[in-house]
Design a protein around this ligand. Sequence first.
Ligand SMILES: NC(=O)c1ccc[n+]([C@@H]2O[C@H](COP(=O)([O-])OP(=O)(O)OC[C@H]3O[C@@H](n4cnc5c(N)ncnc54)[C@H](OP(=O)(O)O)[C@@H]3O)[C@@H](O)[C@H]2O)c1
Length: 276
Amino acid sequence: MFLLTGARGAVASALHPLLRADGHAVRLGSARPAELDQPAVHCDLRDPSTFPAALAGIASVFLYAEAAHLTEFLDAAIESGVEHIVLLSSSSTLDPDAATNPVAKSHLDAELALSDAPMPVTVLRPGAFAGNARSWAWSIRAGRPITLPYPNAYTDPIHELDVAAVAHALLTSPRHRGRHHTLTGPQTLTFTEQLRELAAIIGHPIEFEPVTPAAWRAEMADHLPAQYATGLLDYWARCDGVPTELTDTVERVTGRPARPFGEWVRDHVHEFAAAR
Ligand SMILES: NC(=O)c1ccc[n+]([C@@H]2O[C@H](COP(=O)([O-])OP(=O)(O)OC[C@H]3O[C@@H](n4cnc5c(N)ncnc54)[C@H](OP(=O)(O)O)[C@@H]3O)[C@@H](O)[C@H]2O)c1
């Protein structure tokens, strides 16, 4: 049986039907199981007391990178006889500042916590999720300009369905197991290019306003802890004018090419539609 932690998450939600379609038995684990519209168990990666019951009888785990109690999680997984863990980490762990950038460090800590695991641990290191475009949805719906501290920073937007498809392949086949996989979308696009594509698909122009990093940090003060804002700004500064190196991991592991950014937008276009 498979345990999907963080079952309310976008990747876990996309992974669940893929495993079900194969006829696999799946247990959904969530910090808030009551909020799922399907049966789920209480598995809160910040509460080790929930681990033993969630892991009982489980052979393979899809795990979000919440590092705080991974030692306890691993102990409970060993106790339950878990044979394989797929960890959703991040390509930020490969960045030169990974040990100090809080966004990257939380993922690095999760990878390190599992590095001595007795069972195979397969590490997914995706780059930027296409779903990050959701952070623009409110401004677009409200007709407000989007503020961008680094409009020409490149990312490699990857569709959550592709991250889920890779996880599905790795959970269900021994090929590529126990390795680290860096995943990217099929294109490297600046934020300006992403907004242009988004505008073409939603059918109206989207304005953006370049702002200084300090102004953006101030704007985000109520929404994002300061150290994460700094981590993101440092990441974008490094990507400013620098195309992301792409990988063919999605196609190599799943047998089908990674979905372009425009496909993610079409799949989620309703999220950007202004209320009328
Ligand atoms: N965004 C990026 O660019 C990026 C890049 C590389 C790696 N990653 C990794 O991918 C992770 C995000 O994956 P994702 O997109 O699948 O997750 P997500 O949708 O952001 O959800 C993350 C977790 O938060 C909980 N959650 C989901 N919806 C919620 C809601 N409405 N209210 C409160 N909690 C909710 C879920 O856990 P419970 O069900 O247990 O509550 C879920 O697993 C990041 O945390 C990071 O580790 C992201």
